[in-house]
Ligand binder design. Structure first.
Ligand code: RP5
Length: 161
């Protein structure tokens, strides 16, 4: 089956964070692909990936990067697809560097940036974008939200016991 969500990252060291996005795709049964694509170490591969993704049937790209995190913005400049950026936490600046690198895009080339390390929300946002065109998936997003609410109520009930 053709992957609908492309999950890319600058390094395999980003994988422990990005696996949360993969897990959400799997939970919702969305075909996805995972690739290491570095803006600095493999720039030609990045250009090729970004220019080809929509032609291969990808609908949303999730891009995680840390430090001088240029991958999401550069990919966004090369593709007509929506790009969701995941700032990876870093050793020296705890991911504030990644966040600022990803979130401060110039007008015209948006990157939907999630919180530092929040690949789970990136996965959910990608699923919700797909769900705008898939009523069944939209229903499952509603069910996910319902389960989330119920888990909070259950915790409150437990607290009161
Ligand atoms: C970025 O540099 C990657 O996205 C990663 O977060 C960071 C460090 O990469 P490694 O040195 O661990 O490969 O390009």
């Amino acid at each position: 089956m053709t992957p609908l969500i492309g999950i890319i990252m600058g390094s395999d060291s980003d994988l422990p964070t990005m696996k949360d996005a993969i897990a959400i795709c799997e939970e919702f049964g969305i075909q996805n692909e995972v690739a290491i694509v570095s803006a600095h170490r493999t720039p030609e591969r990045m250009v090729q990936y970004a220019q080809q993704a929509h032609k291969r049937g990808i609908k949303v790209i999730i891009a995680g990067a840390g430090g001088a995190a240029h991958l999401p913005g550069m990919v966004a400049s090369l593709t007509p697809l929506p790009v969701i950026g995941v700032p990876i936490s870093t050793r020296h600046l705890q991911g504030v560097d990644s966040l600022y690198s990803i979130v401060q895009m110039p007008a015209g080339i948006p990157v939907a940036t999630v919180a530092i390390g929040s690949a789970k929300n990136a996965g959910l946002l990608a699923v919700q974008i797909l769900a705008t065109q898939q009523p069944e998936l939209l229903e499952r997003v509603q069910q996910y939200r319902q389960a989330l609410s119920e888990s909070v109520i259950a915790k409150q009930t437990k607290l009161e016991q």
